[in-house]
Design a protein around this ligand. Structure first.
Ligand code: PGA
Length: 260
C-alpha cells in the first residue's frame, strides 16, 4: 500500500439524522476499526461537535468532516461557518458538492476559494466535481471536469494542496440508485489523474480521487478495483453503519495498490 495515498471512504450524511441517531450511527462506524484505509464521516453542522467529542472519548479512528465551509475568514456572513471554526472539530471538509452547486449556485471560483480556506486551516479539502445527465448526453463529461478543475485550481492558487482529495460524482448517479459503471468511473477518474499530471504535477501522486454516486456494499469492490479510484464518497449507504462498514471493508481488501 502507498502510505502517500491510502484509500479513503467518506460518508456524507447530508441533512439527515437527529442528534441521537447521529451519535448511534457514528458509534456504529467508530467502534469498528478498519485498518489500512482512512474513514471519514460528515454529519450535519450542529452534530459535528458532539460527534467529534464522542470520537475523542472513545478513541475512534475516524476523521470528522464538514459538508461545506465558508470561503471567508470571518465577518458579516450570516449563516456561514469558517475553516478556523471547523478546524478544532474537523479534519476534512467538502467543497462544491453538486447539491451546493445546484441549490446554492456555487461557482467554480467560489469552490476553489473554499478549497483554499479548508487547506489553509490544515484540513483535507474534498473538491467535488461531476457532470449532469444533460452534459453526459451531450458528450461533455471531460469538458465539464476540465472546467470545474481548472476554475477551482485557479481560485485556490498558492494554497498548499498536499492533502487534496477530488471526488468524482456524476450528478446523474447521486441518490438515484444508478451508479456509474466501473468503466465510466475508471475513465473519468483516469481523466482527472491525467489532468492533475498535466496541471498540478506535484500533486498527482498524493491526490486521492474518490468515486461518488449510489455506492453500495454490492458495487463498491468493483469500483475500488479501478486503478485511479482511491475510495468513495458515500451518501445514502453511509446512513446505515452496517452498509457503510461493508464498503470500508471492501476498500481495505484493495488497500494494497501501489501508486500509479
Ligand atoms: P449517494 O450520494 O451515495 O446517496 O448517491 C453521494 C453523494 O452525494 O455524495
Amino acid at each position: 500500500m502507498s502510505p502517500e495515498r491510502p484509500m479513503l471512504v467518506a460518508g456524507n450524511w447530508k441533512m439527515n439524522t437527529s442528534l441521537d441517531e447521529a451519535l448511534v450511527l457514528a458509534a456504529g462506524v467508530g467502534n469498528l476499526t478498519v485498518s489500512g484505509i482512512e474513514t471519514a464521516i460528515c454529519p450535519p453542522f450542529p452534530w459535528l461537535v458532539p460527534v467529534a467529542r464522542a470520537g475523542r472519548e472513545h478513541g475512534w479512528q475516524i476523521v470528522v468532516g464538514a459538508q461545506d465551509c465558508s470561503a471567508h475568514g470571518n465577518g458579516a456572513y450570516t449563516g456561514e461557518t469558517s475553516a478556523a471554526m471547523l478546524q478544532p472539530w474537523c479534519g476534512m471538509a467538502l467543497a462544491g458538492h453538486s447539491e451546493r452547486r445546484r441549490y446554492h449556485h456555487e461557482s467554480d471560483a467560489l469552490i476553489g476559494e473554499k478549497v483554499r480556506s479548508i487547506a489553509g486551516a490544515g484540513m483535507i479539502p474534498v473538491l467535488c466535481i461531476g457532470e449532469t445527465q444533460e452534459e453526459r448526453d451531450a458528450d461533455q463529461t471531460e469538458t465539464v471536469l476540465e472546467r470545474q478543475l481548472g476554475g477551482a485550481f485557479r481560485a485556490a492558487q498558492g494554497a498548499d494542496l498536499n492533502k487534496l482529495v477530488v471526488a468524482y460524482e456524476p450528478v446523474w448517479a447521486i441518490g438515484t440508485g444508478q451508479a456509474a459503471t466501473v468503466q465510466d468511473a475508471a475513465a473519468a477518474t483516469a481523466f482527472i489523474r491525467g489532468w492533475l499530471r498535466q496541471h498540478a504535477t506535484s500533486l498527482v501522486g498524493t491526490t486521492r480521487i474518490l468515486y461518488g454516486g449510489s455506492v453500495t456494499p454490492d458495487n463498491a469492490a468493483g469500483l475500488f478495483a479501478q486503478p485511479d479510484v482511491d475510495g468513495a464518497l458515500v451518501g445514502g449507504a453511509s446512513l446505515k453503519a452496517a452498509d457503510f462498514n461493508r464498503i470500508r471493508e471492501a476498500a481495505a481488501a484493495l488497500a494494497t495498490r501501489e501508486i500509479s
